[in-house]
Every structure is written in C-alpha cells, then in structure tokens.
Design a protein around this ligand. Structure first.
Ligand code: SF4
Length: 383
C-alpha cells in the first residue's frame, strides 16, 4: 500500500489549521527576506533554539540592505551559538549580492535564488512557496523523513534524492502552497519525529506505508557510520590584563571567520612560540577539553601565558588583543576555556586596530558539536 500523493495535502491542511504552529516569528509577515533567514537558521537546528537568534538577528538586520552593509564580525557575533557558521557567512555574502544585483530584493525565480551563496533548491523552494505562494516543493530533513515513511522509501535519503524530490513535487498542491509547505514541515517536526513518531495522532496514518508495515521507527534508513577520528590541537591563550590575543580563523573550514587563540600541532611548538613571545614567563597548562564535531573529535590542550603588557607581535595571522565587550564570535570550546581558565568576561575590544569586538560563545547546534573536559594526556581515540 502506498498513498496517492495528490491526496496528501487534503488530509494535511485541516490538521495543520487545527493543530499546527501558527505563531512562529517567521510566520508573521512572511516576506521573502524573513523566510530566507528563518530557513537558513532552521537548517539542522531546532525551532526552539532558532527563535531567540532569529528575533535578535531580525531586530538588527530587518532587511537585506542592513545585513549587506554590516561587518561580517557583527553578523557572526549574532550567529554565535547557532553553529554551522558557513550559514551566517553565506547569508552575509548573499545579502551583498542581493543588494548589488537585485536592487535589495530577493529574486523570484528558483534559478536566481539558487545562484545566491548558501541557497539550495529546498531553501529556494521554501522562499517561493511561503513568501509568494508559488508551487515549488521543498525537501528539508523533516520532509525527507515524512516522505520516506509515507512512501516506504528504503534507501537512505542522500541516496534517494531524486525519488524524494519527485514525491515532494507530486505531493505539493497547486493551491494553498504556503500553508501546505509549513504543514508538512510541522508534521515532521512535531508528529513524525525521528524517534518515536506519534503515529496515533498523525493525519496521514491511514495512508502511511511505513506505519502499515510497522517500519516507521526503521525509516528513513541511516548510513552506517564508523567511529569518529580523533584530532589534537594546542591552543595558547596569551593574556595581558583583560585582553587576550586572538586571530580570526580563515573563512573556510571549522569555525570559519570566528576568533580563536593561536594553535599548534604539538606541545613543543606551543612552548617554542611562547618563549619567542615572552622569554621571562613560562606558559601554564590548563585542563584539557574534548570537543565533538559531526565527523571527528578534537582534543584541545590549552595553555595560558600571562604577560605584563601587550607585546608587539609579528602577527603573521593578524593576531589582535581583544577585550570583552564587543561583537565578534568565538568557538564554543574557546568560550568555555575563557570562562573556566581566564578572568570572567575576558574578551574583546580590539586595542591594536580600533575595531570593536566581543568574544561570544559560539555554541553549535543541530547535530550538536559538544565539549567536555578530559583528563590531561587523555589521548585515546574514544569519543
Ligand atoms: S503514520 Fe507515523 S510514520 Fe507515518 S507519516 Fe504519520 S507519524 Fe510518520
């Protein structure tokens, strides 16, 4: 038994009108810009987590113009804690393109939207469907799960992309597209959850092939993952009074665009660098920390080097002395180490270059990277 795709909306919409969420901040005044920001923030991130970030972000950047004219530091500072920082960087780049090439308004075709940084087919579809009522399917994680179960798709979603997109297209109705789009996302988020789907209160349970086969908990299939590899790094926190030496990480890669202390592959390199900076003081080791990313574990060995004044630096990576009241983001484990091993509030008004900045915890979400203390020297590959 598989359901008829054209009948899905007719069952879903009455349920959504009665039981769905209608008071989410991005549902009020769903302009293309507001829908865009919400869709980007909601990628791999829970609604409850996104709401305060979204409201702060929209207060500061109510439109593409204000976002485009902001400094990246400020954008990442407001993003700090949401994780997956490429999303914030792309949003900023895309806003600049929207202003430069589209007069400050998001384009209204799928192709032009997808040409912007960080906007994929599903995000573009959501903008067109929700903000313009145009018939475009979406396929975010929630929708993939609902469709895989409804239609008993027995391949992992990343291998079944074409099948799921075709199903998404056939299920999307010609009328009430905006409402349907929100409804199917809502069903995935609140009823057809990843674990323990609430099939008893699902409006589609009579149509659902996975439910009929008793396979709702098994689908969608997940790719088998091996143990995550372990990486190590040594971070040197150089402190002078209430200022800490930081550099901005390259835009690509982990923690791209965030501020972090100098890093070294080994203890000897860290010591040598400290000695070159301040011969008269020895660096002190702080308790180690393990941070989990989606694809690997990172053991961080932190060092604290106290110096009496802000030394002149070769600054090969643009290091700066930062103090704690500005608006730039730092990775979550760096924030945790600052809070644990350095004076409360250490962080960032830049002294050398005159730009204001702040060290704010960047606590990743979604499949959340997380940090925990490890005993010194814990170098095993156990997660
Ligand atoms: S019946 Fe269960 S598995 Fe099927 S769509 Fe509804 S909640 Fe999901």
């Amino acid at each position: 038994m598989t359901p008829a795709p054209q009948n899905i909306a007719a069952k879903l919409l009455p349920w959504f009108r009665r039981h769905g969420r209608h008071d989410l901040p991005w549902q009020r005044d769903p302009t293309p810009y507001r829908v865009w920001v919400s869709e980007v923030m909601l990628q791999q991130t829970q609604v409850a987590t996104v709401i305060p970030y979204y409201e702060r972000f929209l207060r500061r950047f109510p439109d593409a113009q204000s976002l485009a004219s902001a400094r990246l530091d400020e954008v990442l500072g407001l993003w700090a804690g949401l994780g997956y920082y490429a999303r914030g960087r792309n949003l900023h780049r895309a806003a600049r393109e929207v202003v430069a090439r589209h007069g400050g308004r998001l384009p209204q075709t799928l192709e032009a939207l997808i040409a912007l940084p960080g906007i994929g087919r599903s995000t573009a579809g959501a903008i067109l469907a929700i903000a313009h009522g145009a018939r475009h399917p979406i396929l975010d994680g929630n929708v993939k799960r609902v469709l895989a179960r409804l239609f008993l798709v027995r391949e992992p979603p990343d291998a079944a992309g074409a099948v799921l997109w075709a199903l998404a297209g056939r299920c999307t109705p010609a009328a009430h597209v905006a409402e349907y789009t929100q409804a199917i996302m809502d069903l995935g988020a609140t009823v057809c959850m990843r674990r323990q789907p609430a099939c008893g209160s699902c409006p589609l349970r009579r149509d659902c092939a996975a439910h009929a086969a008793g396979l709702e908990e098994e689908l969608p299939l997940r790719r088998k993952q091996g143990p995550r590899p372990l990486r190590r790094t040594h971070m040197v926190f150089v402190r002078s009074g209430d200022r800490v030496l930081m550099h901005r990480r390259p835009p690509q890669g982990i923690w791209g665009g965030l501020w972090a202390p100098p890093e070294f592959a080994g203890a000897r390199a860290a010591r040598r660098w400290c000695a070159a900076l301040a011969r008269d003081v020895a660096p002190r080791r702080l308790p180690a920390l393990r941070h989990s990313f989606t694809h690997f574990e990172l053991d961080i060995s932190p060092w604290l080097l106290e110096v009496s004044h802000q030394r002149r630096l070769p600054a090969p990576r643009g290091e700066r002395w930062l103090a704690a009241d500005g608006r730039v983001g730092v990775p979550a484990p760096v924030a945790k180490l600052l809070a644990a091993g350095l004076p409360a509030g250490a962080g960032a008004k830049e002294s050398a270059n005159g730009e204001d900045g702040e060290l704010r915890a960047a606590r990743p979400r979604g499949r959340r990277p997380r940090s925990r203390a490890v005993s010194r020297g814990a170098g095993s590959a156990h997660p």
